[in-house]
Design a protein around this ligand. Structure first.
Ligand SMILES: NC(=O)c1ccc[n+]([C@@H]2O[C@H](COP(=O)([O-])OP(=O)(O)OC[C@H]3O[C@@H](n4cnc5c(N)ncnc54)[C@H](O)[C@@H]3O)[C@@H](O)[C@H]2O)c1
Length: 442
């Protein structure tokens, strides 16, 4: 009875949806759901974010204020700190963080806390979907027992699903509604319900027959990236003393129309997903005494990349500026973890900054998308620093300019025209012309 009512509400867009966690994933999700006609309540424990959103302001650079204002203008969206509002909702979608601890162990406290806060308000017929990336079994082994403290039974009284998030902030071609979405439920009824909801705002949904398959698919996607990036990073290091430019090698190899997909080297991996998610599987598979050898080696290679960039920067200064790292003025271009976004979580640039600082370098940074870094431990030695402005005098003032991110809005020709020495980890200077600057790829 409750099931039928919820199903009809989803089909008629007559349902109210709670999004728990209004971050990089939660905000765009709330946006598409609201725009498709559902009433949406975004719940977050951070009062600053809630206030900003209710005032029509975005706290994420790649999401403009207009988009939040458009959501509010529908009168179908509100942000709230109050988890009790979950009781008014027909579906609850959880998008809270899943970081790693200091020893590469999963930190599930955000999921657990969300579950603890939600369970007193669960109602019969509700659909609860976890979207946070985690190891297979998180939905049924971690979240389900907490939610069942309500006295209601999962997949009988309420319905519990997992749908991995594939959001790619800054991607101009793909956004929430046109990224195909995997939806996993452990019973046909749950699968039917989650499909009825998600197909209202996602163009292509891909049902799978269990939450574990959906959880494992997300890890496969990110492990695949982590392993292939590590391979290309290793090949870069191997080819360098052979005087072979990895970027030219990739350009040649990718002309093969089948069986090859290009991955690109860099100064290390960052963000909330690729450096973290593989270790969720590593941790979980210990239960079965199964070592994840390739995953571990890939992680090791990627984590050593900032050290490689440090070494190359020191050698470049030594060879081309007759200076050591100690005392040299170095400008880091790009502190985001990847191009065209303002997210610096796990950014390799910040790790490189710490390594350079330990060697006595005097550091500044330039990032048009991150005008200042907060005073937080995550920002390391660049905490509380402000980005310099792009100008000829500024670029001339450094012994070396280290390019760690390839933002489209940076004028690399201007940098090459005024810098003395560039260490380029992203191949952005490949097309710079007529410059006296020495360019070293790293
Ligand atoms: N950022 C991405 O591009 C991306 C892509 C794919 C998957 N993911 C996964 O999606 C999940 C969310 O990532 P994100 O980048 O959106 O994180 P985020 O840190 O940007 O946002 C999470 C939000 O959840 C809030 N929160 C934490 N605990 C809460 C609670 N108990 N109740 C309500 N709100 C709570 C935080 O205040 C924060 O605003 C993670 O598992 C991540 O791995 C992220």
């Amino acid at each position: 009875m409750h099931y039928e009512t919820t199903l009809k509400k989803f089909q008629n867009k007559d349902a109210t949806i709670a999004i728990v966690g209004l971050g990089y994933v939660g905000i765009p999700l709330a946006e598409v759901i609201t725009q498709k006609g559902f009433k949406t309540i975004g719940v977050d424990i951070d009062p600053v974010k809630v206030d900003m959103l209710n005032q029509g302001r975005s706290y994420l650079h790649h999401i403009e204020d207009d988009r939040i204002q458009d959501m509010l203008a529908t009168k179908r969206f509100e942000a709230s700190e109050n988890l009790e509002k979950v009781a008014q909702c027909d579906a609850v979608i959880i998008c809270v963080p899943t970081p790693l601890g200091r020893h590469h162990e999963p930190v599930l406290s955000f999921i657990e806390n969300a579950g603890e806060e939600i369970y007193p308000f669960i109602c019969k017929g509700q659909l609860i979907v976890l979207e946070s990336s985690s190891f297979p079994g998180t939905t049924t082994e971690i979240l389900k027992p907490i939610l069942e403290k309500s006295g209601l039974i999962a997949d009988k009284d309420f319905f519990l699903a997992f749908s991995p998030e594939r959001e790619d902030p800054g991607n101009q071609s793909f956004s929430t509604s046109n990224i195909p979405k995997i939806i996993g439920g452990d019973t046909p009824e749950t699968q039917e319900l989650v499909k009825a909801l998600y197909s209202q705002f996602i163009q292509q949904v891909i049902p799978v027959d269990s939450t574990k398959v959906a959880e494992a698919a997300k890890l496969l996607e990110n492990i695949y990236r982590a392993v292939n990036i590590s391979l290309i990073n290793e090949l870069k290091i191997i080819f360098d003393p052979m005087d072979i430019d990895i970027w030219k090698v990739i350009d040649a190899a990718k002309t093969k129309p089948f069986g090859f997909m290009p991955f690109y080297p860099g100064p290390g991996i960052g963000g909330h997903c690729i450096p973290l998610d593989p270790y969720y599987l590593t941790w979980k598979s210990q239960e079965n005494d199964m070592p994840t050898r390739l995953i571990n080696i890939a992680g090791e290679i990627n984590e050593r990349m900032p050290h490689y960039v440090l070494k190359k920067t020191g050698e470049a200064l030594d060879k081309h500026a007759q200076k050591g790292l100690n005392g040299s003025k170095i400008l880091i271009v790009g502190v985001a973890y990847k191009k065209n976004i303002d997210d610096y979580r796990e950014s390799p640039a910040l790790k490189i900054a710490d390594l350079l600082h330990k060697r006595g370098a005097r550091l500044s940074y330039f990032d048009p998308l991150i005008s200042e870094l907060p005073n937080s431990p995550q920002c390391g030695v660049l905490a509380d620093h402000k980005s310099i402005e792009a100008s000829a005098e500024h670029f001339e003032a450094y012994d070396a300019i280290l390019i760690t991110v390839d933002h489209d809005t940076v004028d690399y020709q201007q940098i090459a025209d005024h810098a003395h020495l560039i260490v380029d980890t992203r191949n952005v200077t490949a097309n710079c012309s007529d410059s006296d600057c020495i360019i070293v790829k790293a």
